[in-house]
Write a protein that binds this ligand. Structure first.
Ligand SMILES: *Cc1c(COP(=O)(O)O)cnc(C)c1O
Length: 334
């Protein structure tokens, strides 16, 4: 029995086509800038997202860290969502390694930050305060797609206030596919964008940071400093190129499966938040550990939380969604 793993979209295995592309990749020493496949991936993403330059890094955490450190100096501040990955789930790296002070704000129901609250949080130019340099957004945010009109407002606002604007676009392509737009329609509003290849896109490793030549130059120096300079990384870059070519449009299947899952669970009596992309949040309350154990015995891997996140991806098909729904239905009858 194959395991159905709904904990995250990071758990996917490389597809046969991807493995073949990885095996065929031409490589060189990327610290010397000599890996042709890494160079190709960086050029390709920069072109697709409308930036002058890009940098391949081992993880989304590193990509965001390099962006924050390239935008902000020691003692500067960035404004970020209280629930955002860059603030909550990256070990406090910006503060620890960059001496950058976070100013977290509560995320709104639609995944955005209220720009009036952001305006209030910007510190005056006075030596008592850290200097606010950057606003960081996340898209998708817990599976929610930020409205394009909001992105335009955030861009105009940050320009007016002299702040840079960074996007943690770990799931940028889920947002683009959901909106039915070219990803550039989202990224054109930002000064820098981090994209994960290892989430829904299905590559085993890697993220890409996009920005100006100057910003990416700084990030390249910082990448070496934090130990992210890789050598013959072309095989990994080839996986990313393959994913961009073959595994973007199929994200729509993951979104449809998450919808199907949500509908099935609602019919089984569960309360499920509205689904936009590849995440369904279901209320299991204090039965989180119990449902996890129950599902595990039936070949389904879940996280354990009262507000349980179920994530669809490349390695979960429609039929398996049916199995998951049946398992939850059986659990609720017990
Ligand atoms: C996964 C993720 C990242 C980066 O995570 P890594 O595991 O370091 O690659 C960044 N932001 C968001 C929103 C994520 O989901």
């Amino acid at each position: 029995m194959s395991v159905i793993d709904l904990r995250s979209d990071t758990v996917t295995q490389p597809t046969p086509g991807m493995l073949e592309a990885m095996a065929r990749a031409r490589t060189g020493d990327d610290v010397y800038g000599e890996d042709p496949t890494v160079n190709q991936l960086e050029a390709e993403l920069a072109r697709r997202l409308g930036f002058a330059a890009a940098l391949f890094v081992p993880s989304g955490t590193m990509s965001n860290l390099l962006a924050l450190m390239a935008h902000c100096g020691r003692g500067d501040e960035y404004i970020v969502g209280q629930q955002a990955h860059t603030y909550k789930y990256e070990g406090g790296g910006a503060a620890v390694l960059g001496s950058i002070q976070p100013q977290p704000l509560e995320v709104q129901a639609d995944g955005s930050l209220d720009l009036a609250q952001v305006a209030e949080a910007i510190k005056p130019n006075d030596f008592h305060f850290a200097q606010t340099r950057l606003l960081a957004l996340e898209n998708t945010m817990q599976g929610k797609v930020l409205p394009l009109s909001y992105l335009a407002q955030a861009r105009a606002f940050t320009r007016e206030r002299g702040l840079a604007l960074h996007l943690d676009g770990a799931r940028l392509y889920n947002a683009a596919v959901k909106l039915g737009v070219d990803a550039r329609v989202i990224t054109e509003h930002f000064d820098s964008v981090s994209v994960c290849l290892s989430k829904g896109l299905g590559a085993p490793v890697g993220s890409v940071l996009c920005g100006s030549v100057e910003l990416i130059g700084k990030a390249r120096r910082l990448r070496k400093m934090v130990g992210g300079g890789m050598r013959q990384a072309g095989g990994l870059a080839a996986a990313g190129l393959y994913a961009l070519e073959h595994q973007v449009q199929r994200l729509a299947d993951d979104h449809a499966n998450a919808q199907l899952l949500a509908e099935g669970l609602r019919q089984a009596g569960y309360s499920v938040e509205p689904v936009q992309t590849n995440m369904a949040y279901v209320q299991v309350g204090e039965r989180a550990e119990a449902v996890k154990a129950f599902a595990a015995e039936r070949g389904i891997r879940l996280s354990a939380a009262p507000r349980l996140r179920l994530v669809t991806h490349l390695d979960v098909n429609r039929e398996q969604i049916g199995q998951v729904v049946s398992t939850f239905a059986e659990f609720s009858r017990n």
